[in-house]
Design a binder for this molecule. Structure first.
Ligand SMILES: [Mn+2]
Length: 243
């Protein structure tokens, strides 16, 4: 029987939320050990200013915990989020993580599945998408990473506060996925299952694409409670933390 996969996203790990950090470490040490694959679909960290950041021990704690899981034989893969897109090969190698393209289509619990963070599906948010294409350029990243660590922290904190203000000012609709973007990604990969996070609107949706039903699962964020999905074959089960 195919091993099952555990998928999660938007944990937003931060020293300011020790309970969430513990819940993530408990998930790695508990349910993830029973899974053959762990997919972290973006925004694992509240923000990330470079693999060389030694300001906090959090990154090291998380790296050690993921590496310990990987050593048990669980295949760990990570998609960048809009907060932690600067996670690099150095951190990934130390943690035993495979960095994924976004979007990508690969076997998840034995069934081909499209995996994304989800921000690329929110195509009505043109302001954010312009920012995204800028900060994903290698030249921008080289220049950012060349700045002193305190400067990078200042910029990241400013961007986080700005994104909070922008979110409050934007309508609910433009921060959700668009039907058109979802249909396009199903067509592009000719795949009938998509799992993503980012919108903080956990759920299960069925989209009809060229007459064919396609499943879209949205992961929860971990700010208040959180949870994850378990996938085995064509079955997907949502696990929500109670409090
Ligand atoms: Mn996000």
């Amino acid at each position: 029987m195919t091993e099952h996969a555990l998928l999660l996203s938007d944990v937003h790990l931060s020293d300011e939320r020790p309970a969430q950090v513990q819940r993530f470490l408990d998930t790695l040490a508990g349910p993830a050990r029973a899974a053959g694959q762990l997919f972290i679909l973006g925004d694992l960290f509240e923000y990330w200013v470079g693999d060389d950041d030694r300001t906090s021990s959090l990154a090291n704690t998380v790296m050690q915990a993921i590496a310990a899981l990987a050593r048990t034989g669980c295949a760990v893969a990570l998609t960048h989020g809009n907060r932690d897109f600067l996670i690099g090969e150095a951190f990934a190698a130390q943690a035993g993580i495979r960095l994924l393209d976004d979007p990508v289509c690969l076997p998840v619990g034995g069934q081909d599945t499209i995996l994304m963070h989800g921000d690329l599906l929110c195509t009505d948010d043109t302001g954010y998408l312009a920012f995204r294409s800028q900060v994903r350029q290698p030249a921008w990243q080289v220049q950012f990473l060349a700045q002193p660590i305190e400067v990078r922290h200042g910029i990241a904190r400013g961007a986080t506060a700005e994104s909070g203000r922008a979110k409050a000012a934007k309508s609910e609709d433009i921060m959700d996925v668009t039907e058109q973007a979802v249909v396009e990604v199903f067509r592009r990969f000719a795949c009938d299952r998509l799992i993503h996070g980012h919108t903080h609107r956990p759920g299960h949706h069925v989209h009809t694409v060229d007459g064919h039903p396609c499943q879209r699962w949205v992961l929860p964020d971990w700010y208040q409670t959180g949870g994850y999905l378990l996938a085995q074959g064509d079955r997907v089960e949502a696990v929500h933390f109670s409090a």
